[in-house]
Design a protein around this ligand. Structure first.
Ligand SMILES: [Zn+2]
Length: 445
C-alpha cells in the first residue's frame, strides 16, 4: 500500500476499534492498550515514510530476481504475452514482479537472473543463456521509460537519478559458459556483469552447495575463471557454491565478491547459506552478502519442514513407482495436513542483523529471489514490499546511513572496486586462452 495520511488515519481508527473490542472481551481497561497501539501505528508509518525517502536518495539494488525465467517457462519468451506494465499478480500462478509494483517498492537497481536449467549441457546451455540475455535486452527496450540496461556502478546511479530502474544481467551458474573463457567474455560483452559460479549442481570446475556428499572447491580451471572474471570486471557471485568453493574463490579473487541471494548459516543451517567463517572473510575481501527471502533458507523451521516434505515425496515415490499422479495426490494430502510454517518479515531482518554483527554493516545487502520462489515471508510478498523491510531496520535502530548501505551503497562500492581491479588487471594481462583440458588434466584421470 502506498503511504497516505488518510489511510493511516483509518488504520489507527481500525486498530483502536479492534483493541476496544479486545479490551471489553477480556474485561480489562482498553485506554492504555489503545494508546500503545496508536503509538505503534504512528511509528510504523513514520518509519515507512523515512524508508521511502531513503529510496529516493539511494538506489535499492536487489541482487536476484528470476523474471526472465518466468517469461521463458510461461510464454516461451514472447514478450507481449505478459503485460509487465500491468498487474502480473493476477496471473495464475501469480508473479511477484511487474513495473507498477517495482515502482511501489521504490527499487532503483535489479540484477535480472538469466538462469538456465543445469539439465542443459554443453552448447545448449550457452544458447539458452544467450536467449535469456536477449530477453532482458528486449524487456528493457520495451519499457524505456522505466528500465535501462546498466553496465557500471555509475550507470546505476545515473539511471536511478533519472527516475528509472537500472537493469543488470546475472548469469546464474557456471554451466552457462560450457567450460569456455571465450564464451564468458562474450557474455560479458552481451551485458552480463555478474556470474554465479555454480547453480545447484557441480560444474566441471566448481563445487556446488547442494551436491552432497562431494565437497569440491575450484579446480585449476575454476581458479582461472575467477581470474578472468576479475580481469573483465564481472562480479564473482558465490551464492549456490560449496563452502570449499567460497574459500577457494576468496583465495584467488582480486576483487570483492558478492553473494547475490544467500542468508546466514548460523541462523538457518541450510547449505545455501553463508557460514560465519566465510562472513569474516567477506569482510576482509570488502564484499557483500545480499540476504535472500527464500523461506527455506531463512527459517530453520521451514528448512526442517521442507526436509520432511522431501522425505514424504521419496516415500510416496517408492510406494507408487510408476504412478507420478498418485505421488502428487499423496503429497497434496500431506501438505493439507502439514501447512508450511509462516515466516515473518522480522526473520529477514534477523539475518541482516547477523551479517552486520559478524561481517559488518558495510557487507550486507538484499537479494530477494522474487519470481524464483513459490513461498514468501509474510510482509514481503512481492517487489512492492522493500520499504517494509527497511522500516523494520529503522525500527531496530539502524541509522539512515546504515539503511542506505544495506539498500544499495554497499553493492555500488563493491562494483566500483571490481571495475577498478579490472582496469588494473587489463593493463597487466591479456585475455586468458587457457583450456580446461589443459589446466584440469590431472583431475580428468
Ligand atoms: Zn538461485
Amino acid at each position: 500500500m502506498t503511504y497516505h495520511p488518510a489511510h493511516s488515519g483509518i488504520l489507527i481508527v481500525l486498530l483502536g476499534l479492534t483493541s476496544l473490542a479486545f479490551g471489553s472481551l477480556t474485561g480489562r481497561p482498553s485506554g492504555g492498550a489503545d494508546k500503545a497501539l496508536m503509538q505503534k501505528a504512528r511509528l510504523r508509518s513514520r518509519y515507512a515514510g523515512q524508508a521511502r525517502q531513503i529510496l529516493k536518495e539511494v538506489p535499492l539494488i536487489d541482487g536476484h530476481n528470476d523474471t526472465p525465467g518466468q517469461y521463458r517457462h510461461r510464454v516461451n519468451n514472447h514478450l507481449d504475452a505478459i503485460d509487465f506494465a500491468g498487474d502480473t499478480g493476477q496471473l495464475d500462478p501469480p508473479m511477484h514482479t511487474d513495473l507498477p509494483r517495482l515502482r511501489a517498492g521504490g527499487i532503483g537497481g535489479q540484477f535480472w537472473s538469466v538462469y538456465v536449467s543445469t539439465n542443459l549441457k554443453g552448447a545448449e546451455a550457452v544458447q539458452v543463456t544467450l536467449e535469456q540475455i536477449d530477453l532482458v535486452h528486449r524487456l528493457v527496450a520495451r519499457y524505456p521509460d522505466d528500465l535501462e540496461l546498466a553496465l557500471t556502478a555509475d550507470d546505476i546511479v545515473r539511471i536511478h537519478g533519472q527516475g528509472k530502474i537500472a537493469s543488470l544481467i546475472d548469469v546464474e551458474g557456471g554451466h552457462s559458459i560450457n567450460n569456455s573463457l571465450a564464451v564468458l567474455r562474450q557474455q560479458y560483452r552481451a551485458g552480463a556483469r555478474c556470474m554465479t559460479i555454480t547453480h545447484s549442481a557441480n560444474t566441471d570446475w566448481a563445487g556446488a552447495a547442494t551436491t552432497p556428499p562431494e565437497h569440491r572447491g575450484l579446480s585449476p580451471f575454476g581458479q582461472e575463471v575467477i581470474r578472468e572474471m576479475n580481469r573483465l570486471g564481472m562480479l564473482v557471485d558465490l551464492s549456490h557454491v560449496s563452502p570449499e568453493t567460497m574459500h577457494d574463490a576468496l583465495d584467488v579473487t582480486e576483487a570483492p565478491v558478492i553473494f547475490s541471494h544467500s542468508s546466514a548459516r548460523a541462523l538457518c543451517d541450510h547449505p545455501r547459506n553463508v557460514p560465519d567463517d566465510v562472513l569474516k572473510r567477506v569482510k576482509q575481501n570488502n564484499g557483500v552478502v545480499m540476504v535472500t527471502f527464500v523461506t527455506e533458507f531463512v527459517s530453520e523451521e521451514v528448512r526442517q519442514y521442507r526436509a520432511a516434505e522431501k522425505a514424504e515425496g521419496a516415500r510416496l515415490k517408492a510406494l507408487f513407482l510408476h504412478d507420478p499422479d498418485a505421488v502428487e495426490a499423496g503429497l497434496a494430502v500431506w501438505r493439507e495436513a502439514h501447512p508450511a510454517p509462516p515466516v515473518p518479515l522480522a526473520i529477514i531482518a534477523d539475518h541482516i542483523d547477523h551479517v552486520r554483527k559478524v561481517a559488518g554493516i558495510d557487507h550486507v545487502g538484499i537479494g530477494s529471489d522474487f519470481d524464483g520462489i513459490s513461498a514468501t515471508p509474510v510482509g514481503l510478498e512481492d517487489v512492492s514490499t522493500y520499504p517494509a523491510l527497511l522500516a523494520e531496520l529503522l525500527r531496530r535502530g539502524y541509522s539512515e546511513d546504515e539503511v542506505k548501505k544495506v539498500a544499495g551503497l554497499n553493492l555500488l562500492r563493491v562494483m566500483r572496486q571490481a571495475e577498478k581491479a579490472a582496469a588494473n588487471l587489463q593493463r597487466k594481462t591479456a585475455p586468458s586462452d587457457a583450456l580446461i583440458e589443459e589446466l584440469d588434466k590431472e583431475l580428468k584421470k
